[in-house]
Ligand binder design. Structure first.
Ligand SMILES: Cc1cc2nc3c(=O)[nH]c(=O)nc-3n(C[C@H](O)[C@H](O)[C@H](O)COP(=O)(O)O)c2cc1C
Length: 337
């Protein structure tokens, strides 16, 4: 699928760095965009709300400055808006985004009917984040430009579907831009997302272990040291299933293997006393690919090198016969020489 015109020729890799509560701030967004991938942050990370306006100015000023360098590829930035009755900042934050004509809005939770027309009026585009086919259909009815498909294994409120199933089913009724997320943390996985039918990889967890992420050093180190088996999928902390680091759950005094039952009717559903995101640290199953904390620009450079190597290897090996004893035996069994 062609990328939206806004993204054509502006990226060094087909990647959107996903918005992460608390962790993404202007420093990270600027570093990601300057490295040539879409950088993003939730509007709610600007606290108090009055901070959002100067933060957007800071991002725009830095990116405009970086764009003056001849040959620079500077990606546009995105802001994530939570479309839900509980978000009493939505109107305020949308108005600030309107004043700044934010190029890309990423909406989460409810189908963003009212938001889409406003964003289109200032020339922006809307990607909506979904975990199910039903929600993808609803978002398309609302007129969004692209979908973010959040598959199993993603950091934060991950879905349950295999990325193969999710992308294939959505591609049966949507040929517009798709960003795929869920444990994409190296260049091979970016290429795999494209091979699967997505246009862009949507990457969060890899950037928790970045110098610029607004996270405690202990959190970054835990991401580096954890493996996929250390990711616990539970609705206990927010009422919606999400992926969290086992070590942070233990540190909060809970047994990750025997968490209180998340019974929707029980008093503790979604109301654990430990604060999700602040004490209970979110991360996806891609943690096992992460070896060290690095500046975002270096992470993007390594993703790009790995992506290029994966492409070259695939082209080189594609459908080539693989010699060796097993292949020889099979040829012999089939009556060949
Ligand atoms: C710590 C953390 C916080 C997140 N906060 C948000 C958020 O505020 N809004 C949102 O739309 N997605 C949020 N996400 C989900 C990401 O945007 C994205 O779907 C996910 O990180 C992609 O999967 P990956 O982490 O396996 O790369 C969060 C993810 C993490 C790990």
């Amino acid at each position: 699928m062609p990328l939206p015109p806004l993204l054509q020729g502006r990226l060094t890799l087909p990647v959107i760095a996903s918005p992460m509560f608390i962790l993404s701030t202007p420093a990270l967004v600027i570093a990601q965009c300057k490295a040539g991938i879409v950088g993003s942050m939730p509007s709610l990370n600007a606290r108090p709300a009055e901070l959002l306006d100067p933060w957007l100015t800071e991002i725009e000023t830095a990116l405009a400055e970086a764009a003056k360098v001849p040959g620079a590829r500077i990606a546009p930035y995105a802001i994530n808006l939570i479309v839900h009755a509980s978000n009493d900042r939505l109107e305020h934050d949308l108005a600030v985004c309107e004043a700044h004509r934010v190029p890309i809005i990423i909406t989460s939770l409810r189908a963003p009917d009212a938001v889409v027309a406003r964003v289109h009026a200032w020339g922006g585009i809307v990607f909506h984040d979904v975990t199910t086919i039903r929600h993808a259909e609803k978002a398309l009815e609302a007129g969004v430009d692209g979908l973010v498909l959040v598959a199993a294994g993603a950091g934060g409120h991950a879905g349950r579907l295999s990325p193969f199933a999710l992308v294939s089913e959505v591609r049966r009724f949507f040929d517009g831009p798709i960003a795929l997320s869920g444990a994409i943390a190296n260049g091979r996985a970016i290429l795999a997302a494209q091979a699967m039918g997505a246009d862009l990889a949507y990457i969060g967890t890899r950037f928790i272990a970045s110098t610029e992420a607004n996270a405690a050093e202990g959190y970054k180190q835990m991401v580096v040291e954890s493996k996929a088996a250390d990711i616990i999928y539970t609705p206990l902390f927010t009422g919606i299933h999400g992926n969290y680091l086992r070590g942070s759950i233990s540190r909060a005094g809970l047994d990750p293997d025997n968490l209180p039952t998340a019974d929707k009717n029980s008093a503790n559903f979604g109301t654990s006393r430990s604060k999700p995101w602040k004490d209970i640290w979110g991360a996806g199953q891609g943690v096992g690919s992460i070896g060290e904390v690095l500046p975002a620009a270096e992470i993007v450079a390594r993703l790009a090198a790995d992506y290029a190597a994966a492409r070259a290897a695939l082209e080189h090996n594609a459908f080539a016969p693989r010699p060796g004893p097993a292949a020889d035996r099979m040829i012999h069994a089939l009556g060949g020489n």
